[in-house]
Design a protein around this ligand. Structure first.
Ligand code: PMP
Ligand code: GLN
Length: 379
């Protein structure tokens, strides 16, 4: 069959997790916890499943969940969002990203993305008939070179996609970054898609700078969040998008024909849990900071080089003292021969630089992190 996505293969997350499974390796590749979601949340899910909440929920998400989300963005970001006109529940952030792009981008229009870029952005733009303009983040800190962004903007630019905290680098955007973004998109038709799925994983006392906290950017942004990350339940695929009414109206036109709605009993359970246990999200940064520190401390004995991640549950490491293999080959060797799976960085680039970086996921039990680090220290 003729392909609409001729350059797309199977995602690197599936490739590396399958390789890990086939070779019995410790899987620090694809980002998912190996510990369970909170017991109370599982109890609520079971309760609502038994309570016959098994038919179509409203297309936009159940009211109590949208109300809890509106309250959360008000409490956390000082953003007042109308739950009926500005909040939409989706089946994962992946769906929300796809919906926002299909709703906004027309044939021939351009979308600016920053490499290394999360892998679902580019295909969604291509399917909309648009074209991605890839701007590499500046190493070593994976920061945005705003002069390059200014130079890349044209009359065809429809959207800029940002991701903070950033997967795979763990970098976070500053308030100053958002101010510059606001300034260069002022008085244009350019929309912002802000992928903030790791909003609750920001370390060392720093603050997550949401576009929802920024009064001007808020007016032209799709802000996208995922319960999968926050509640250790990546398999539930529940997320949401906050955007101004006119943008939400267009977003929903796509959402209603992509999935229409998202799993009923999980929405009820998450709505209750958000109210009952706000401390879960509030304590998450510290929880993951401890995991990062445990893992990095153990890696201190290895020949891997790194600087501590600022956010997300990922840690990049440079393996140049160990090997000169290209990153996919090194990650494959590590998985097959040494028994620890990682994600290479090159699949996140349009034109991969010649770097020797791989990504480890540290959202794992301490025993898993110890077992993996023990192997990595022998390299
Ligand atoms: N954006 C980024 C940066 C991610 O890391 C992920 C998670 N894997 C997603 C979006 C998609 O999230 P979800 O699993 O809710 O679809
Ligand atoms: N976001 C996850 C990661 O970066 C993977 C999600 C997926 O497998 N699609 O590891």
């Amino acid at each position: 069959m003729r392909s609409k996505l001729p350059n797309v293969g199977t995602t690197i997350f599936t490739v590396m997790s399958t390789m890990a499974q086939d070779h019995g390796a410790i899987n620090l590749s694809q980002g998912f916890p190996d510990f369970d979601c909170p017991a109370r949340l599982r109890e609520l899910v079971a309760q609502y499943l038994d309570d016959k909440k098994n038919q179509y929920p409203p297309m936009t998400g159940i009211p109590s969940l949208r109300a809890a989300i509106a309250q959360k963005v008000l409490d956390l970001y000082g953003c007042s969002a109308d739950m009926d006109q500005e909040v939409t529940v989706t089946s994962g952030a992946t769906e929300a990203i796809f919906d926002a792009i299909q709703a906004s981008v027309s044939a021939g229009e351009e979308v600016i993305v920053f490499d290394p870029a999360y892998d679902c952005y580019d295909p969604a733009v291509t399917l909309a008939g648009g074209r991605t303009i890839h701007i590499p983040l500046s190493l070593p800190k994976f920061t945005i070179d705003w002069d390059r962004v200014k130079a890349a903007i044209s009359a065809r630019t429809r959207m800029i996609i940002i991701n903070t905290p950033h997967n795979p680098s763990g970098a976070i955007m500053s308030k100053e970054d958002l101010n510059i973004l606001a300034q260069i998109t002022r008085d244009t038709e350019i929309l912002i898609l802000s992928d903030e799925v790791y909003e609750h994983m920001v370390f060392d006392g720093q603050q997550h700078e949401s576009v929802l906290r920024h009064e001007e950017l808020r007016q032209r942004s799709f802000a996208i969040f995922s319960f999968g990350k926050t509640y250790h339940a990546t398999g539930w695929k529940l997320a949401y998008c906050v955007a101004p009414p006119s943008m939400t109206a267009e977003f929903r036109k796509v959402h209603q024909f992509v999935t229409f709605t998202s799993t009923s009993f999980i929405q009820y359970a998450v709505a209750d849990f958000m109210q009952e246990c706000p401390q879960h999200a509030a304590e998450l940064s510290l929880f993951y900071q401890e995991k990062r520190d445990t893992f990095n401390h153990l890696l201190g004995e290895s020949r891997l080089q790194f600087s501590p991640s600022h956010g997300t549950y990922f840690q990049l490491v440079d393996y140049s003292e160990i090997s000169s293999l290209p990153d996919f080959e090194f990650a494959s060797y590590l998985t097959k021969e040494k028994g620890v799976a990682a994600i290479p960085l090159s699949p996140f680039y349009k034109e991969a630089p010649n770097n020797t970086l791989i990504r480890f996921c540290f959202c794992k039990d301490d025993a898993t992190l110890h077992a993996a680090a023990k192997i990595l220290c022998t390299l």
